[in-house]
Write a protein that binds this ligand. Structure first.
Ligand SMILES: [Zn+2]
Length: 283
C-alpha cells in the first residue's frame, strides 16, 4: 500500500481559506490523500500540546505522518561538538514524533565540506552508529524509523548506494528515496523504467527484502552541472526537468513497493500528490 500526500501547506490550501495545521487532515481527506510530512527543517518549534492535538486529528483521518528533520543536521562534520548537535536534533525530533504519532524521520545525512566523498561518507557511517547508540540510551517506547535522504547536489552525501549502505547499519534506518534529487545528481539519469528499477536493485544489495518498504519524495527538480538547482512544478516545465512519475509508478507495482510518497512541489503539493495517486492507480 502506498500513501500519497504533501509536505507542508500549499497555495491551494491557503486559497481555499485555510490557515492552520488543524485544518490539514480534513483537507487531505477531501482530496483522497493519506500521508502528510511535517517540516521541522528550520527548527523544532512545535509545542508538545500542539503535537498531541495534531496527532489526534491526523489519526482520526487515518493519515500517516512523517517529519522532516532540521537542515542543520550534518553527520559528515569533522567537529565532534557539531555531531553532538546533530544527534540532539534527531533525538528532539523523535520526542515530538512520539507525541504526533509520526513514524518516519527524514534527514539530510551530511555535506562534504572540504572532504572527499569517501571520507565524508565514512564519517556519516561511523556517526550514524553513534546516533543509534544514543537513541538506544533514550529507551523510546514507540515504533520509529530514521530515513536518510538521497541528495541532489554534488557537495552533499547521499547517493543511492551511500544511503543504502547507511540503511544496512540498523533495521530502524530506512531510505528516503528523493527521485528528483537522484535525477538531478545524475544530470537527468532517471528516464526509463529500468533506470528506476536500478534504484531498488541497488537497495536490495544492501538491505535485502527491506527494500519493499521505503519513504519517497517525488518532485520535478531543475539541475545544473553541480546537480540540484531548485524544485519546479511538474506542469510548468518547458525544459522538461524531470523525472516523470509514470515509469516509477509501473516499477512501484512490479517491485511491490509500499510506503509514503510525498510531494515537495513549490506551491502545489496537494494537486501533484493527487495527480501521482491517479497515475499510480492506473499503472
Ligand atoms: Zn529533504
Amino acid at each position: 500500500m502506498i500513501n500519497f500526500g504533501p509536505s507542508g501547506f500549499c497555495e491551494d490550501f491557503a486559497a481555499a481559506g485555510h490557515k492552520k495545521s488543524e485544518e490539514m487532515p480534513e483537507w487531505l481527506e477531501s482530496h483522497g490523500l493519506s500521508a502528510y510530512e511535517i517540516s521541522f527543517t528550520n527548527g523544532i518549534n512545535m509545542s508538545d500540546e500542539k503535537c498531541v492535538l495534531l496527532g489526534k486529528l491526523f489519526a482520526e483521518k487515518n493519515i500517516t505522518l512523517s517529519v522532516h528533520g532540521p537542515y542543520y543536521i550534518n553527520f559528515a562534520n569533522p567537529d565532534p561538538t557539531m555531531i553532538e548537535k546533530s544527534i540532539g536534533y534527531i533525538i528532539n525530533s523523535l520526542k515530538k514524533m512520539k507525541l504526533l504519532g509520526a513514524k518516519r524521520l527524514v534527514f539530510h545525512p551530511g555535506a562534504l565540506m572540504k572532504q572527499s566523498r569517501e571520507e565524508a561518507h565514512a564519517r556519516v557511517m561511523s556517526n550514524l552508529k553513534l546516533l543509534m547508540e544514543r537513541i538506544d540510551d533514550q529507551h523510546f517506547d514507540f515504533d520509529f524509523q530514521i530515513c536518510p535522504e538521497t541528495m541532489g547536489k554534488h557537495g552533499q552525501c547521499g547517493t543511492v548506494a551511500e544511503v543504502a549502505e547507511m540503511c544496512s547499519l540498523d533495521k530502524r534506518i530506512v531510505p528516503t528515496l528523493d527521485f528528483g534529487h537522484i535525477n538531478s545528481f545524475g544530470q537527468g539519469s532517471l528516464v526509463t523504467e529500468q533506470d528506476f528499477a536500478n534504484v531498488f536493485d541497488t537497495l536490495k544489495m544492501y538491505i535485502g527484502e527491506r527494500y519493499h518498504d521505503v519513504h519517497i519524495h517525488f518532485t520535478h527538480i531543475e539541475y545544473g552541472p553541480k546537480g540540484e538547482v531548485k524544485h519546479v512544478l511538474a506542469d510548468n516545465n518547458p525544459q522538461n526537468f524531470g523525472p516523470d512519475f509514470e515509469p516509477l509508478a509501473k516499477v512501484l507495482k512490479d517491485y511491490e513497493i509500499s510506503g509514503e510518497i510525498i510531494s515537495e512541489s513549490p506551491g502545489h503539493q496537494t494537486r501533484e500528490s493527487v495527480d501521482m495517486m491517479k497515475i499510480y492507480q492506473n499503472a
